[in-house]
Ligand binder design. Structure first.
Ligand SMILES: [Fe+2]
Length: 310
């Protein structure tokens, strides 16, 4: 074999992947993916729910049912009878879906799983998740640097509030689909590497987090999976000064305001949880019972739940 042939053989791309449906130049691949996505999307919340006996040790059938929801909708809701305050529930559930690399931040408990509840003082009360206030639509970790990208997460409910605390959920692939159907230029605008900037966060005269610029949508080169980085906050976010970006952000805002058959609303009850590939979500405000405060364990991962490509 000549040197040139040997080099070509070495450069041969490894196993062929299906054409990328998120490539704006590949319309046929997109159409095929789009039709399958819409035909398989759960029609309502019941299509996402799976009853399980013990999330820490799923049966093969329970695992398959949750994996199927994740493949179709990037999310699944499990309902279990386990109401203990046990972080092994989300941790061991996640591990069964290949999620092992927890994102650690300074607010998380030492083991990397956050106890999200109303907090007084101690720094956490400055952050909306640790209050009873509503949280606008977002994906988790939109302010993280690329190396700490949140690809999947588990929200596990230990205690719910007597009133409120509902989550709305939307598969980010559906958001992409709606934008691309309306106008591919909207998607192109949001794939720009400087589409959305989260300004630096200063505290006590110093910068505790540098500014993070990045795309809203991008495709993971390793897996071909679509990732979304988004917040509907109007403060602490700078959209690129570009008419197409502004139009796309406005489109997303209208889409998320609903109504849409693809937006699912659920109030997590004790023993229930959400397993997802960091889909779009919000949280309604709630009225807490101070004697039994709402408690959600949140585990964020750098890994992604496999969904079979695309
Ligand atoms: Fe969140």
């Amino acid at each position: 074999m000549s040197e040139a042939l040997a080099a070509a053989a070495r450069a041969e791309p490894s196993p062929r992947r299906a054409p990328d449906p998120f490539d704006l130049d590949l319309d046929a691949a997109y159409r095929e993916w789009r039709d399958r996505k819409l035909s398989e999307a759960p029609a309502d919340l019941s299509g996402l729910r799976v009853r399980v006996g013990d999330p820490r040790a799923l049966t093969a059938a329970e695992h398959a049912a949750l994996a199927d929801r994740c493949r179709r909708a990037n999310m699944a809701l499990y309902e279990s009878p386990l109401v203990d305050a046990d972080k092994d529930i989300p941790r061991l559930l996640a591990r069964q879906f290949g999620l092992t690399h927890l994102d650690r931040n300074w607010l998380a408990d030492d083991d990397g799983i956050s106890s999200v509840r109303v907090a007084e003082g101690g720094g956490r009360g400055d952050f909306i998740p640790y209050t009873d206030k509503p949280i606008r639509w977002h994906t988790d970790g939109y302010y993280n640097p690329p190396a700490r990208r949140i690809r999947a997460m588990v929200l596990h409910c230990v205690r719910s509030a007597p009133e409120g605390g509902e989550n709305a959920l939307l598969d980010h692939e559906i958001a992409y689909l709606m934008l691309r159907d309306a106008d591919p230029a909207l998607v192109r605008a949001l794939m720009q590497p400087d589409a959305m900037t989260i300004p630096a966060r200063a505290e006590g005269g110093g910068i505790v987090r540098p500014a993070e610029s990045g795309p809203v949508f991008d495709v993971d080169p390793g897996t071909g999976a679509l990732h979304m980085r988004y917040t509907a906050r109007t403060r602490s976010v700078e959209w690129k000064d570009d008419p197409a970006v502004r139009a796309a952000a406005a489109f997303l805002e209208r889409l998320l305001a609903g109504p849409s058959p693809h937006i699912h609303r659920v109030t997590l009850r004790p023993g229930m949880g959400l397993l997802c590939n960091n889909v779009l979500h919000d949280r309604a405000g709630f009225a807490d019972d101070p004697a039994h405060p709402r408690l959600i364990y949140r585990a964020r991962y750098h890994d992604r739940i496999p969904t079979g490509g695309g």
